[in-house]
Design a binder for this molecule. Structure first.
Ligand code: PLP
Length: 218
């Protein structure tokens, strides 16, 4: 079910922060995305490359598609021709592959570095140090078909609001530090259905929200 009231509420919440909503449509049928599109929304996020590529072919071409999941190098080619922003870049090798596919498609692919801020050990992402290393490496300048325009992070799976706030705050501090060094930095992607209000208060410029808009996933 597409919940247009929730979509409107969320957009209203984002307004004072001038933040952007990525409506996360993963696992949901193209017909449901089309409902949201017909309602006037055009920015969607997916976390499987194959699924995203299929939906791209089925849906209107003016949709802005975001890739929000963990991206395997061998899947980059499926989305490189059209993806608007890849949120979860967590290695230099992946950047090199995105650059290669970007070149093939004669375009510059926008990317965010995924930074690890949660307490769990299972989440993907770079440490602050690894993020800095990638950005300051001499090799990065040769990747002309990649543009790193910000950071993405996910908090621990916890109900503890203080913990969530602390994690978002640490990422925002890091983001601000990098923004002063890299003029291209402008996007801080943090916040999902359960924690987007905290994320906004802590400096998020882009939230990724699925279940509040399209219902729970199986
Ligand atoms: C699924 C997903 C979301 C959206 O989660 P909801 O809780 O449904 O809002 C956001 N970010 C990432 C990386 C996801 O995989």
């Amino acid at each position: 079910m597409f919940n247009k009231n929730n979509l409107q509420h969320i957009l209203h919440d984002l307004q004072p922060y001038q933040a952007t909503l990525v409506a996360v449509s993963k696992t949901k049928p193209a017909a449901l995305i089309k409902e949201a599109y017909d309602f006037g929304y055009k920015i969607f996020g997916e976390n499987y490359a194959q699924e995203l590529a299929e939906k791209y072919t089925q849906l209107p071409k003016d949709i802005e598609w975001h890739f929000i999941g963990h991206l395997q190098s061998n899947k980059v080619k499926l989305i490189a021709p059209f993806v608007h922003l890849i949120h979860g870049v967590d290695s230099f090798d992946l950047l090199k592959e995105i650059n290669k596919q970007g070149k093939k498609n004669n375009r510059v692919v926008n990317c965010l570095l995924q930074i690890y801020i949660a307490q769990e050990e299972t989440k993907f992402g770079l440490s602050f140090e690894e993020g800095k290393q990638i950005l300051s490496s001499p090799e990065i300048k040769s990747l002309e078909n990649v543009s790193i325009i910000g950071l993405m992070g996910m908090t621990s799976l916890t109900d503890n609001k203080n913990q969530i706030q602390k994690e978002f705050r640490s990422l925002n501090l890091f983001f601000c530090e990098l923004k002063s060094l890299y003029s291209k930095f402008k996007i801080l992607s943090m916040g999902m259905t359960s924690d987007y209000k905290i994320a906004l208060a802590e400096g998020s410029t882009m939230v990724r929200i699925g279940s509040a808009i399209f219902g729970e996933r199986n």
